[in-house]
Design a binder for this molecule. Structure first.
Ligand code: GLN
Length: 189
């Protein structure tokens, strides 16, 4: 199985390490030519969504990636990746791929609470560690979006078909179950 890990900016190497440890083959997507690969899944890592969005346009990778996601290639999106997928941002006028019917608030925890760590229930998995870094959260979801986790009443993880998106960073903790869930979805497809 070949997974494309978006690598124009942000925390991609941790995703790659985790997926390879689980037996997947990874391709770092840095430039348009990298998209010649047939991909069974896509990872959109954390980082800075405005920078990632701008680079994807400049590198002419944006439309190809959006089309793959719209055509049903499974996606694991974390933090800035969630922002790239969201159909609407409540405190920012940008829309990037817009394939996930949710409204997301960027930097939702403010600057005071830049980073924090909790362990919380994730539907279908159990208690998982969750590391938040200048994280967004999901304010509302459209129909058929399944809520997978909430922290303090805020939605932090969802699934919509084969799009998995979360406001925290599962790649930064030793737990592998979220990446395994994503690989299982890639395998099924
Ligand atoms: N604050 C970042 C943004 O708005 C996301 C933070 C992250 O990915 N760790 O894009």
């Amino acid at each position: 199985m070949k997974i494309g890990v978006l690598a124009v900016q942000g925390a991609f190497i941790e995703h790659r390490n985790k997926l390879e440890a689980l037996g997947a083959m990874c391709v770092e997507l840095r430039k348009k030519e990298d998209l010649r690969n047939d991909l069974d899944g896509l990872v959109l890592p954390g980082g800075e969504s405005t920078v990632q969005g701008k680079l994807l346009r400049e590198l002419d990778m944006f439309d190809d990636l959006r089309d793959r996601i719209a055509n049903g290639v499974p996606v694991l999106a974390t933090c800035a990746g969630l922002i790239l997928l969201a159909e609407k941002l409540s405190n920012d006028n940008h829309v990037y791929f817009g394939t996930l019917p949710v409204t997301v608030r960027r930097n939702a925890y403010g600057r005071q609470l830049g980073s924090f760590h909790v362990s919380q229930e994730m539907k279908g998995i159990g208690i998982v560690p969750m590391t938040f870094i200048r994280a967004p959260y999901i304010e509302s979801v459209g129909g058929r979006v399944e809520i997978l986790a909430e922290v303090d009443g805020n939605i932090v993880a969802v699934r919509y078909g084969v799009q998995f998106a979360m406001s925290f960073h599962p790649e930064l903790d030793s737990d592998t179950r979220i990446h395994q869930m994503f690989l299982d979805a890639c395998q099924e497809r």
